[in-house]
Design a binder for this molecule. Structure first.
Ligand code: SAM
Length: 289
């Protein structure tokens, strides 16, 4: 009978490849792999030989249904793996798993490493509840809004994946909003040079700045909001769109530049209203001259 095995693989340390995961790959007729070259290395290391089919985020949509059709037709046991960690967690896989459910094919999770859960477990933060945020927005304004939205959920802990090139700016941005909230930046978990940095955002930024190799490796970042009172607003000063515009005008910006500055911080409709008010005010001032 067809079966889909969702198999977690190591996130850096091959010793974390479980006997059950090995057994699952041995049992599979076919392995759907995010990058067949990466999975081939894993198979070679464990002296396993299996047919591989590439299954990544660019072909996932097109490939899920044909794989399911083949599974049903040929009674195949298929293993789904990603390059590292648990499939379908910020990785390809969800569509195949969903298609298997819809086709009535049994789905068996073969659990194992996951960077998010590993980082939380080592954080010491009270993650009785946590939000998994995946990869956060790259742009400053959406990032800030997302961090604020995470805080507003009221869930004490959030965890995110980040590239080594942006981790410093992420922690700095978080620190601008929530300077008293501890952070764990976990780099290269389970690997030889694993590095866990825990502290206030400013301390983590300083540690990253002091480390010439900080822009290498893989990072998972855990945020602890639990010290903030339930209703407290972010500690960073909050300006209205009109205030952003006036501050920019006082700095010598043109009207359009001032509106653009406000747009970086405030919603479009608020900036629109601020533009009308500020223009009216400027016209009045002009009339009084
Ligand atoms: N599905 C994977 C899992 O279960 O952990 C996550 C895949 S996601 C595409 C890859 C991201 O996970 C990396 O960019 C990094 O942010 C994080 N990550 C993966 N391995 C890591 C490690 N060893 N240490 C810290 N973070 C890691």
């Amino acid at each position: 009978m067809a079966e889909l095995l969702v198999v977690a693989t190591p996130i850096g340390n091959l010793a974390d490849f479980s006997p059950r995961a090995r057994e699952a790959l041995e049992r599979a007729d076919l392995i759907c792999a995010e990058d067949t070259r990466v999975t081939l290395k894993l198979l070679n290391h464990f002296s396993l030989k299996k047919p591989l089919l590439s299954y990544h985020r660019h072909n996932e949509e097109a490939r899920a249904e044909p794989v399911i059709a083949r599974m049903l037709e040929e009674d195949l046991t298929v293993a789904l793996v990603s390059d590292a960690g648990t499939p379908a967690i910020s990785d390809p896989g969800q569509q195949l798993v969903d298609a298997a459910w819809r086709a009535g094919i049994p789905v068996t999770p073969v659990c194992g490493p996951c960077a998010a859960v590993t980082a939380i477990s080592a954080s010491g933060f009270n993650a009785r509840e946590y939000v998994f945020a995946g990869f956060l927005p790259r742009e400053k304004k959406p990032l800030r809004e997302k961090l604020q939205a995470l805080r507003k959920t009221g869930v004490p802990v959030a965890v995110a994946y980040e590239s080594p090139h942006r981790v410093r700016d992420l922690v700095a941005e978080f620190g601008a909003l929530y300077p008293t909230c501890p952070v764990l930046a976990a780099c290269d978990l389970t690997k030889k040079f694993e590095l866990l940095l825990r502290g206030l955002p400013a301390e983590i930024v300083a540690a990253l700045d002091a480390n010439p190799k900080a822009d290498k490796g893989e990072y998972t970042v855990v945020f602890d909001f639990s010290s903030l009172p339930a209703e407290e607003e972010p500690l960073a000063p909050q300006r209205s769109a009109a205030e952003w515009m006036l501050a920019a005008l006082l700095d010598g910006a043109s009207f359009d530049e001032a509106a653009a500055r406000a747009q970086e911080h405030c919603p479009r409709n608020e900036v629109y209203r601020a533009k009308l008010r500020v223009r009216e005010m400027l016209e009045k001032l002009g009339a009084e001259d």
